[in-house]
Write a protein that binds this ligand. Structure first.
Ligand SMILES: [Zn+2]
Ligand SMILES: [Zn+2]
Length: 261
């Protein structure tokens, strides 16, 4: 767990970012504001095989910019020796899997700094079809569109050789039946619990902690982690709300926490 903040970071925190590792396979799910710094605490960024983005809100993708700068400008990524780095003919170029239409958004964001192709060059970027399954090393990814303020996808990751083990990240979404079927029997279900009260505006785009508990119960999840929840909310209250509907283990996400699936 690299980052769990909602759209504004907790004190010393980061927005959405989840590192998934299986053997040598390494996948970063979301890369929100502050996540690149947290990633560097736990894993060398040149060893990340792929980054997958759930949706194009800044708290889920904005640190692709510093990640791309590292891949482009870091001394060890250069073809000639720089200081203690020997130079390489094979610089790291992780896959970057983004939702449909995201390439133009990223070129616009990077273009504001004068380099519209920064991410195209740094990463091997492609837009995923949410109906597809994508394999990254020993990890298999599936997607499920969920209702949010712009197109968003829940992401499920399964490992080779462990067909029953599944991690599902709901992304950001309002109340929905879309997770049923897709997230059923997840060993680890990470759902957003953004709101202290259901929002009055329609259509809804976020959940309360109680609603996250309801969704986890309907999906028969083995374990629930509440994320996208601010340090300005009462986490004990959030846990109590989630537990009203969900009988299994539930906790509030913490940066640096490790979950074995
Ligand atoms: Zn968000
Ligand atoms: Zn969002």
């Amino acid at each position: 767990m690299l980052g769990k903040s909602p759209a504004w970071q907790d004190a010393d925190g980061a927005c959405s970012g989840y590192l998934v590792e299986d053997g040598d396979s390494c996948l970063l799910v979301d890369c929100g504001s502050g996540v690149f710094s947290k990633l560097r605490r736990f894993r060398d960024y040149v060893d990340v095989d792929a980054v997958v983005i759930s949706h194009m809100h800044a708290d889920h993708f904005l640190d692709l910019i510093p990640f791309a700068c590292a891949l482009t400008y870091a001394p060890r990524q250069q073809p000639v020796p720089v200081e203690r780095w020997p130079g390489t003919d094979d610089p790291a170029r992780p896959q970057l899997l983004v939702p449909a239409g995201a390439t133009d958004v990223l070129r616009t964001v990077a273009g504001a700094g004068g380099q519209p192709r920064l991410l195209d060059t740094a990463f091997a970027m492609s837009e995923y079809d949410s109906a597809s399954t994508i394999t990254v090393g020993s990890l298999h990814l599936r997607f499920q569109p969920v209702p949010h303020y712009l197109p968003a996808n829940a992401i499920q990751v399964r490992c080779d050789g462990a067909p029953a083990s599944r991690f599902t990240f709901g992304a950001d979404h309002g109340p929905t039946d879309a997770l049923q079927g897709f997230a059923d029997d997840s060993d680890l279900l990470i759902l957003e619990a953004t709101l202290p009260h259901p929002d009055r505006e329609r259509p809804r785009g976020h959940l309360t902690a109680g609603e996250a508990g309801e969704h986890a119960a309907r999906c028969n999840a083995a374990r629930l982690v509440l994320t996208h929840i601010s340090d300005e909310l009462d986490w004990d209250w959030a846990l109590a709300e989630a537990r009203r509907c969900f009988d299994g283990p539930v906790e509030v996400a913490r940066e640096g926490a490790v979950y074995e699936v």
